[in-house]
Ligand binder design. Structure first.
Ligand code: HXC
Ligand code: NAP
Length: 285
C-alpha cells in the first residue's frame, strides 16, 4: 500500500505500544523505515514486543517503561529519548477502559481512566510540544480516540469523557501550534478485536455476533487497517491534514444515529409493499 521508505528516519513514540493496536502500528511503522520507542507500564510486555518486532522487521525499536499518568515519569522518559535525538512523531495510544454502571463507579475508577487517556495524553503532548516549539522544529501528534466522543456512551462514561477531552485537545492545539509546524490529528476506530479491549468490554463472546450485526459492513475492523491509516496520517504525504478526527468504523456510529435505520431494518416485505406508491418507480433500462 505504501512506498517502503515512507517513514524513513522518522523517530516515533507510541504509548501503549506493547500490545494491541499500538503494537500493530509499531510493526507497520518499522516496516516503513521508522525508528520506534514504545512505552507502557509492564516492562516484560514491552521487552517481549520489542524483541519480537526487531526480529520480524529488522528495525530499531526500544522499550521504555512508563506510566503516562505520572507527569514526572513522562518528563523523564521524554528527556531520555531526546538525549538520543528529537522525536518526529508522538502517537498517544495508551488507554484504560471497562464496562460499568456509572453510579457504581468509585472516584478512583474515574481517575484511573481519565488519568491514562486524558491526562496521559496531555503529559506526553506537552513534553514533546514544548521541545518542538523551543527548537523551532515541526512535529506530528496522532491521538487514538473512539467513535463515542460526540454522542457519549452509556456504561463507558470515564472513557467517553476522557476521549472527548482528548479530541478537544487535538483540535485546539492543531490550531494553536499549526503555524509552528506541529500537526495534530486523531483516529476514531470502531471495534477491532484486541485482548485488551474485548476482554474488558464484551462480557460474553456471543455478544460479538450482535456487535457485527450493528455494523453496516457486518464485521470488525482489523489491526492492519488501523496501522495503515495511522501510517498515512503521520506521513509527510498527509501534511495538510491538521485537526482532523478520522473515523474508521465501517459506518457503525452513523448507523446508530440514523432516525429510521433501525425502524427500516424491522419491516417485512409485506410492510415495504404497503409503503410503496401505487405507481411504481420506473425500472432501469
Ligand atoms: C468498576 C473498576 C473496574 C471495573 C477497575 N476499577 N476496574 N471499577 N469496574 N471493571 C476501579 C478499581 O476498583 C479502582 O478503584 C480503580 O478503578 C483503579 O483500578 P486498578 O485496578 O487499581 O488500576 P490499574 O491497575 O491501574 O488498572 C487500570 C484499569 C485497567 C483502567 C482499571 O482496566 C487497565 O489496566 N487497563 C489498560 C488496558 C485497557 O483498558 N485497554 C482497553 C482499551 S479499549 P479504587 O476506588 O479502588 O481506586 C478502549 C476503547 C474501546 O479504550 C472501544 C471499543 C469499540
Ligand atoms: P490494549 O491492548 O489494552 O492497549 C492499551 C495499552 O495502553 C496497553 O499496551 C497498556 O500497557 C497501555 N497502558 C495502559 N495504561 C497505561 C499507563 N498508565 N501508562 C502507559 N501505558 C498504559 O487495547 P487496544 O485495543 O490496543 O487499544 C489501543 C487504543 O485504541 C486505545 O486508545 C483504545 O482506547 C483505542 N480503541 C480501541 C478499540 C478497539 O476496539 N480495540 C476501539 C476504539 C478505540 P500496560 O498495561 O503495560 O501499561
Amino acid at each position: 500500500m505504501f512506498q517502503k521508505d515512507l517513514l524513513e528516519r522518522k523517530r516515533i513514540l507510541i504509548t501503549g505500544g506493547g500490545t494491541g493496536l499500538g503494537k500493530a502500528a509499531a510493526q507497520r511503522f518499522l516496516e516503513l523505515g521508522a525508528e520506534l520507542y514504545i512505552c507502557g507500564r509492564r516492562q516484560e510486555v514491552l521487552a517481549a514486543t520489542a524483541q519480537e518486532l526487531r526480529q520480524t522487521t529488522g528495525g530499531k525499536i526500544y522499550a521504555r517503561p512508563c506510566d503516562v499518568r505520572d507527569p514526572a515519569a513522562v518528563e523523564a522518559m521524554i528527556a531520555a529519548i531526546w538525549a538520543e535525538g528529537p522525536l518526529d512523531v508522538l502517537m498517544n495510544n495508551a488507554a484504560g477502559n471497562f464496562l460499568a454502571r456509572t453510579e457504581e463507579l468509585s472516584l478512583g475508577a474515574f481517575q484511573s481512566v481519565i488519568g491514562i487517556v486524558l491526562m496521559g495524553t496531555l503529559h506526553t503532548t506537552m513534553a514533546c510540544g514544548r521541545r518542538w516549539l523551543a527548537a523551532g522544529r515541526g512535529g506530528v501528534v496522532l491521538n487514538v480516540s473512539t467513535t463515542y466522543t460526540t454522542t457519549g456512551s452509556a456504561y463507558v462514561v470515564p472513557s467517553a469523557v476522557a476521549k472527548a477531552g482528548m479530541q478537544a485537545l487535538t483540535r485546539s492545539l492543531a490550531v494553536e501550534w499549526g503555524n509552528r509546524g506541529i500537526r495534530m490529528n486523531a483516529i476514531a476506530p470502531g471495534p477491532i478485536p484486541t485482548e485488551g479491549a474485548f476482554s474488558r468490554l464484551l462480557a460474553r463472546p456471543e455478544l460479538e455476533v450482535d456487535a457485527k450485526k450493528r455494523n453496516p459492513l457486518g464485521r470488525f475492523g482489523t489491526m492492519e487497517e488501523f496501522a495503515n491509516l495511522a501510517a498515512f496520517l503521520i506521513s509527510d504525504g498527509a501534511g495538510y491534514i491538521n485537526g482532523e478526527v478520522v473515523t474508521m468504523d465501517g459506518g457503525e456510529w452513523l448507523q446508530g444515529a440514523g432516525e429510521f435505520t433501525a425502524l427500516g431494518r424491522e419491516l417485512t416485505e409485506k410492510e415495504w409493499e404497503m409503503m410503496r406508491p401505487k405507481k411504481p418507480a420506473p425500472k432501469p433500462a
